[in-house]
Design a protein around this ligand. Structure first.
Ligand SMILES: Cc1cc2nc3c(=O)[nH]c(=O)nc-3n(C[C@H](O)[C@H](O)[C@H](O)COP(=O)(O)OP(=O)(O)OC[C@H]3O[C@@H](n4cnc5c(N)ncnc54)[C@H](O)[C@@H]3O)c2cc1C
Length: 479
């Protein structure tokens, strides 16, 4: 490999070849600083170059170039992972953020989204045709990372995971070849990318099944004092039996500024009229929330409601676990105490959250675990922690605390940690919330072995190596 400036001058020339206008930003380029920004400051790394991709052909050329020059690379979709897997110090970034076109086919009810789209792009465009698919609950997250790792949203109760609604992808493989993966074309690759996609190539477009989505919907936040935990937990326990897939509640703890006092937040969703929603959530309204921000809203605004609580400043870390209902209010109170004690002991951590994502999972577990790579299908809900802080000296301490809190919440809530049972019941870890400190077996369970063999088939040199640890493993034929 030549010196960095020389080698990237060559890449610029190669990209010009096909009439492409892809830009190659190096540290001295205008816009470079903006291009390495990520949702979490602790994932910002000073890449040698950032290639602002405009087409699948740009991806193909950049991959071939990186391979020929032995330059490590990462792929950036929406830039939200807190594992750092879309940023790099010693190589180049294949940045898809300029590929954000969404095309809807109203006859076929399909939604085609380019590889760098964010959920806002999809929600807004699909709504013009009265359609929606299962998108993330914060609309500035990337379609790319969220889909390739599984994807949960408010519509999961009705339609399952994002990948359960994925019809096909166009993907550039490590070889530079552009292929289609679907149930009819390269079905083994399609199996792998639905849960472990970051390991297999650069997806330049996703085609989703759209569903008719009536407007408006009932949604918004309620804020309670911690003394209301018994009422909230009692409601969540009841919700497990009373929901019919058209409702979701995301609830948990935070201590938001300016007061920085601990509160219980509850995000409500009801896919239907206000009168029905008010009746369904009556116990919560009767519990006299401190703040009520619920109302009827257009569906395409739904995934923007949490944007204010998930802004781009500061260092952040996502973590995942699982919980079962019914929960015991005293146990939830003890988690709140642990959380509050830690957050209050450190400066400017009040926007951190522990969330019980009570999104109905009946549709999720209807799909067998071996149907695709994703293995977090079980009789439990996801737990998510999002810690936010500003002082880099706290990075390690927060990572450890988050792990401990999630472990306590997951184990005591009854999710079985025994490996054999996990394989039957689901792994209890959502890969998109983990931080590369978990093994392939932990995230993919009994699908891990097949994934490693497919990795050997599609990326034998492990060029896509920066996400969850999945290493190529040749198939051993025993005679
Ligand atoms: C505020 C917030 C809210 C969230 N809410 C939800 C939620 O409601 N539901 C849910 O399921 N998850 C949620 N998540 C988790 C989310 O799924 C992950 O953070 C996901 O990695 C984000 O994808 P991204 O494209 O924005 O991230 P990136 O950091 O850009 O990418 C993540 C990984 O995917 C790879 N990647 C991205 N795009 C492509 C592509 N086109 N081709 C190949 N590889 C690609 C990257 O290389 C990287 O390894 C949330 C995260 C945050 C920060």
């Amino acid at each position: 490999m030549g010196s960095a400036p020389d080698v990237y001058a060559t890449l610029r020339e190669e990209l010009k070849g096909g009439g492409s206008v892809a830009e190659v930003l190096t540290p001295d380029s205008a816009g470079y600083g903006e291009s390495i920004k990520r949702w979490s400051e602790h994932c910002e790394k000073r890449a040698q170059a950032v290639v602002l991709i405009k087409s699948a052909s740009d991806v193909s050329k950049t991959l071939k170039f990186a391979r020929a020059n032995k330059i490590p690379f990462v792929v950036r979709g929406g830039g939200h992972s807190t594992s750092g897997s879309s940023a790099i110090d010693d190589g180049l970034v294949i940045d898809l953020s300029k590929m954000r076109k969404v095309t809807v086919d109203p006859e076929a009810k399909t939604i085609k989204a380019e590889g760098g789209t964010i959920w806002e792009d999809v929600d807004v465009e699909a709504a013009k045709y009265g359609l929606a698919t299962v998108g993330g609950t914060v609309n500035h997250t990337g379609v790319g990372g969220l889909t390739l790792g599984g994807g949960y949203g408010y519509l999961t109760g009705k339609y399952g995971l994002t990948i359960d609604n994925l019809l096909s992808v166009e993907i550039v493989l490590a070889s530079g070849e552009l292929v289609t993966a679907s149930s009819a074309s390269n079905p083994d690759l399609f199996w792998a990318i639905r849960g472990a996609g970051q390991n297999f190539g650069v997806v330049t477009s996703f085609t989703f099944q759209g569903h008719p989505q009536p407007n408006p919907v009932f949604a918004g936040t309620l804020v309670f004092p911690p003394t209301k935990i018994p009422e909230i937990v009692t409601f969540a326990n009841k919700f497990h039996a009373t929901n019919d897939g058209n409702q979701a509640i995301l609830w948990g703890f935070s201590a938001p500024p300016p007061a920085n006092a601990p509160v219980v937040l509850m995000q409500l969703f009801y896919n239907g009229p206000e009168s029905d929603a008010k009746e369904f959530f009556a116990d919560l309204f009767n519990a006299e929330p401190l703040v009520d921000m619920t109302s009827m809203i257009p569906y395409e605004k739904l995934n923007s409601l949490l944007n204010h609580a998930t802004g781009f400043d500061g260092r952040k870390q996502f973590g995942g676990g699982a919980f079962k209902l019914p929960l015991n209010p005293a146990f939830v109170q003890s988690l709140l105490s642990d959380f509050t004690e830690f957050v209050e002991r450190h400066e400017r951590m009040g926007e951190s959250m522990l969330l019980f994502e009570t999104v109905p999972y009946k549709k999720v577990v209807e799909v067998p675990s071996g149907e695709m790579a994703f293995a977090n299908r079980g009789d439990y809900y996801n737990l998510a922690s999002m810690f936010k802080w500003f002082d880099p000296a706290l990075d390690g301490e927060i990572r450890e605390f988050s792990k401990g809190l999630l472990k306590k919440a997951s184990q005591t809530a009854g999710v079985v940690q025994d490996e054999k049972i996990r394989e039957i019941e689901g792994v209890g870890v959502y890969g998109n919330y983990s931080n590369n400190d978990v093994s392939a077996k932990e995230v993919y369970g009994s699908n891990a072995r097949k994934l490693e063999e497919l990795k050997h088939k599609y990326d034998p040199d492990n060029l896509f190596s920066r996400g969850l640890r999945l290493v190529p493993r040749p198939i051993v034929v025993v005679n």
